[in-house]
Write a protein that binds this ligand. Structure first.
Ligand SMILES: *Cc1c(COP(=O)(O)O)cnc(C)c1O
Ligand code: SF4
Length: 346
């Protein structure tokens, strides 16, 4: 018997779920697919979960290459290595203290972060919310109601930023419901989504999803791309679909030791993103989050790399190089921090 009517279309929509369900999540699976010994990885994933979906796995050439480093658990995650005393913490930016109601982070009066999902298509080893990734559930409708209540009463909020985890891991209908409710708040003028999906699970960017997102203009989507090898044909198609729907795309890359702490790599990344209509927005100095010290890069080196980018690229290709200072003060220019010497222990 041939496929039932509509089966192909449904199959296409659910492709990404199938890909996700085939992810490498156990030390044994990882050993079989990459040769990394299970006994080395097991203690790491006991503390910080692993998920490497088959698409992202296919980009890894060797465990220590720039893609492998971002996804394959490293025993260094368990070392209490401190660049300076007391800096590396689970939540160095005190997001939990800045949370007026569960899952909201309200640091800047005009913008609020809504952490809608604890799930991701890949658990990045360098994640700044390593404390939550893969642990916290997605928000439920009650949490959405509480967030809407809070934001409705916070008249100074102009922008709601969905973050996580990865917001695009939510089912289409629930994501639409959240966006609808946020957009209906009269003083909310813009919506934004922070995601890694176009670069780590491009099959999730379906026509159906893009049609939903396209209804919420002005909608900004900032994508985390860290290395030019992430900008595959599939990722390019995903970005093209989103851009064609009238959504403004930006990037949020993270400066990472052994991944992209190199002027040639970053310069390629910035130029390639521009050709995908993704405007470089932020280059984040690595955050002092517990379990990520092995990704550290010095401020001096970061500033040197930025100088070289500026010398060789158009202004459009230059991201803001920012540091999130511990203690909840927000993002500031890394160059400025280095110049003034107020490094907050970094
Ligand atoms: C980064 C961040 C934002 C968004 O900041 P932009 O500079 O507008 O991109 C909002 N809230 C919190 C808590 C943040 O960390
Ligand atoms: S996709 Fe984002 S939230 Fe998820 S693990 Fe990676 S950096 Fe963290």
């Amino acid at each position: 018997m041939g496929p039932a009517l509509g089966e192909n279309a449904i199959g296409a929509v659910d492709d990404w779920r199938k890909i996700l369900s085939d992810s490498v999540v156990s030390a044994g699976q990882l050993e079989r697919s990459t040769g990394v010994p299970a006994d080395v990885v097991q203690p790491v994933i006991d503390r910080y979960p692993m998920r490497i979906n088959p698409y992202f796995l296919s980009l890894i050439r060797s465990p220590h290459d720039p893609i492998g480093r971002q996804a394959i658990p490293d025993p260094a995650e368990l070392e209490e290595k401190r660049v300076s005393k007391d800096v590396y913490a689970d939540d160095p930016f005190c997001e939990e203290d800045l949370s007026p109601v569960g899952s909201l982070v309200h640091r800047h009066p005009d913008r609020v972060l809504f952490l809608v999902s604890g799930f991701c298509a890949v658990y990045c080893r360098h994640c700044m919310r390593k404390r939550n990734a893969g642990r916290k559930q997605a928000v439920n409708i009650d949490a959405v109601r509480r967030a809407v209540d809070y934001i409705s009463r916070a008249g100074q909020v102009r922008e709601v930023i969905l973050s996580g985890g990865d917001p695009l891991m939510l089912p289409d209908a629930f994501l639409e419901e959240i966006l609808d409710r946020m957009a209906a708040i009269p003083h909310v003028k813009r919506l934004r989504i922070h995601t890694r999906i176009p670069g780590v699970l491009p099959a999730r960017i379906t026509q159906g999803l893009v049609e939903i997102l396209g209804r919420f203009s002005p909608l900004f989507i900032n994508i985390q791309f860290n290395h030019p090898a992430e900008l595959t044909r599939e990722a390019a198609d995903a970005c093209g679909m989103i851009a064609d729907a009238g959504i403004v795309l930006g990037s949020q890359s993270v400066l990472l030791n052994g991944v992209n702490d190199d002027e040639d790599v970053l310069s390629q990344l910035m130029e390639k993103m521009l050709s995908l209509r993704v405007r470089p927005y932020y280059l984040h100095h690595p955050d002092p989050v517990r379990g990520t010290a092995h990704f550290g890069v010095s401020l001096e080196r970061g500033v040197e790399i930025m100088g070289k980018l500026r010398a060789g690229l158009p202004g459009m290709a230059i991201p803001h190089y920012v540091v999130d200072l511990p203690g909840g003060q927000g993002k500031v220019s890394a160059e400025e921090v280095l110049r003034k010497g107020e490094r907050g222990g970094l």
